[in-house]
Design a protein around this ligand. Structure first.
Ligand SMILES: C[S@@+](CC[C@H](N)C(=O)[O-])C[C@H]1O[C@@H](n2cnc3c(N)ncnc32)[C@H](O)[C@@H]1O
Length: 207
């Protein structure tokens, strides 16, 4: 399956919000840990960026679907908040170094070839002590029919997180089963990986 911009534009070209307008539950529960500016990758239709902006954070939402980002800007306007958006492919995206207080990645499933280039750049984009918050379907989700890509390589495990984010100290890293009800796109019991990591400071790496 090819999950390119036209696949996502077609999926989002409907009147409703495919993943709903309420924030991801894991993000909402832990948003007090985040400082701005926030980079939200694979932001989609804006539910998470709008939520974070409503908490006073400066948020940049990046996604390769122009259709999704237009819906995101409309959602922000309807809620009376400002978000910034950038239409870009994470395969080539270069976030600014040392810029963000937090990076958010919610159901931003990507092939290894993109993760291998992008994740070091996400670590680099954080200020020391900055937070990366991720929720992703786990490899166990392949057996379920409640959302997520049908490809093991795109799905996460605790070990993949540990290997692919060597510069982050985990605050929380777990695989859980939870009921996901986030729009029509994600609905039902699901297996997810939840990760909150803090970028190592020079002092913490010298300990
Ligand atoms: C499952 S949706 C999740 C959207 C949003 N994070 C949410 O939870 O509501 C995955 C998103 O990743 C985006 N995406 C997929 N591949 C991408 C890429 N290579 N670069 C940028 N965005 C990408 C899609 O356009 C889509 O909006």
């Amino acid at each position: 399956m090819n999950y390119d911009a036209s696949f996502w534009d077609d999926r989002y070209a409907v009147d409703h919000f495919v993943f709903g307008t309420e924030p991801n539950v894991f993000l909402a529960e832990h948003s007090h840990l985040l400082a701005g500016p926030v980079l939200s990758i694979s932001e989609g239709e804006g539910r998470n960026a709008v939520f974070l902006a409503s908490r006073g954070l400066d948020v940049l939402g990046v996604d390769l679907s122009a259709v999704a980002l237009e819906k995101a800007r409309n959602l922000a306007q309807s809620r009376g908040v400002k978000i910034r958006t950038e239409c870009a492919d994470l395969a080539t995206y270069e976030p600014n170094a040392g810029r963000y207080g937090a990076v958010v990645s919610i159901f931003a499933h990507l092939p290894l070839v993109i993760r291998g280039r992008l994740y070091p750049l996400l670590e680099r984009s954080l200020v020391p002590g900055g937070i990366l918050l991720m929720e992703s379907y786990s490899e166990k989700q392949l057996a379920r029919d409640t959302g997520g890509p049908k490809n093991t390589e795109w799905l996460m495990t605790v070990e993949k997180i540990q290997r692919e984010f060597p510069g982050m100290d985990p605050i929380l890293l777990r695989e859980v089963e939870r009921e996901v009800r986030e729009g029509t796109g994600h609905t039902g019991m699901a297996s997810v990986i939840q990760f909150i990591g803090r970028k190592r400071t020079r002092e913490s790496s010298e300990l």
